[in-house]
Ligand binder design. Structure first.
Ligand SMILES: Nc1ncnc2c1ncn2[C@@H]1O[C@H](COP(=O)(O)OP(=O)(O)OP(=O)(O)O)[C@@H](O)[C@H]1O
Ligand SMILES: [Mg+2]
Length: 228
């Protein structure tokens, strides 16, 4: 599904050029659960911004389901993003003065649906993340784990082809973190492709494959062995 060949990324810093990703080759198939690990500043977010169609300024070939992403027009590029990827962040990025239902509905409302049309999908996705009874709550009345579930529901509601999660457990205690990882595992078992950035070795071990990045280079890419 995702095929990156010889990806290089440079950031301009005044007259300098910073080489943020160096000759990255990665393939991710449908149904995979992949962790991206590496120290702070190694290029993880830079990489997932490219994978998630947030950044079109890179060198090399990115083919998504056989389509050359670098050749897309600006409008097709954002359409591809809206239709194919859901994002989950460390700090949830919820709108605090809107209810759970309104937060989760957002991607569908942006896509032109009415709230009435969106309602069945909202009910369904909230049930999937274990928040069926929370739709009229405001984020501030929810725990961190519940807020992250809301943001996962929002990421899922457009039924994307894959999820990108950048440190989704970074703001959570270890117990809540384990619950959120279990939810990602369930979603993956139901067929969702998940690409997750994490610093937490335990979280990495819960996935099926760990890609390690160091100074912009991919230094390892290995399946995780799970005890039966
Ligand atoms: N917009 C930008 N302009 C210039 N340099 C940038 C920009 N964004 C990131 N960088 C640099 O690129 C490198 C990689 O950054 P990136 O955010 O991808 O790291 P990361 O692995 O996600 O780190 P962290 O774990 O702290 O989130 C860093 O050295 C960073 O300073
Ligand atoms: Mg980052």
């Amino acid at each position: 599904m995702i095929n990156l060949s010889h990806i290089n990324k440079y950031y301009r810093q005044g007259k300098q050029r910073f080489h943020a990703l160096k000759d990255i080759n990665i393939n991710v198939d449908e149904g995979e659960f992949v962790a991206i690990m590496g120290e702070s500043g190694s290029g993880k977010s830079t990489l997932i911004n490219i994978i998630g169609f947030l950044d079109e300024k890179f060198e090399g070939l990115y083919e998504f389901n056989g389509e050359n992403v670098g050749k897309l027009s600006r409008s097709t590029f954002s359409k591809i993003r809206n239709q194919n990827v859901g994002f989950v962040f460390q700090n949830f990025k919820l709108i605090n003065n809107q209810t759970v239902k309104d937060n989760v509905a957002l991607p569908l409302l942006y896509a032109g649906k009415t709230m009435k049309e969106a309602e069945p999908a909202i009910e369904k996705v909230l049930a999937e993340v274990g928040l069926a009874d929370f739709k009229d709550q405001f984020p501030k009345n929810l725990s961190g784990g519940q807020q992250q579930r809301v943001s996962i529901a929002r990421a899922l509601i457009s039924r994307p082809k894959f999820l990108i999660a950048d440190e989704p457990t970074g703001a959570l205690d270890s117990h809540t973190s384990a619950e959120i990882i279990d939810l990602f595992k369930e979603l993956n078992a139901a067929g969702m492709t998940v690409i997750m950035v994490t610093h937490d070795p335990k979280v990495g071990q819960a996935t099926n494959r760990i890609i390690r990045i160091l100074d912009g280079k991919k230094v390892s890419d290995e399946e995780v062995a799970h005890a039966l």
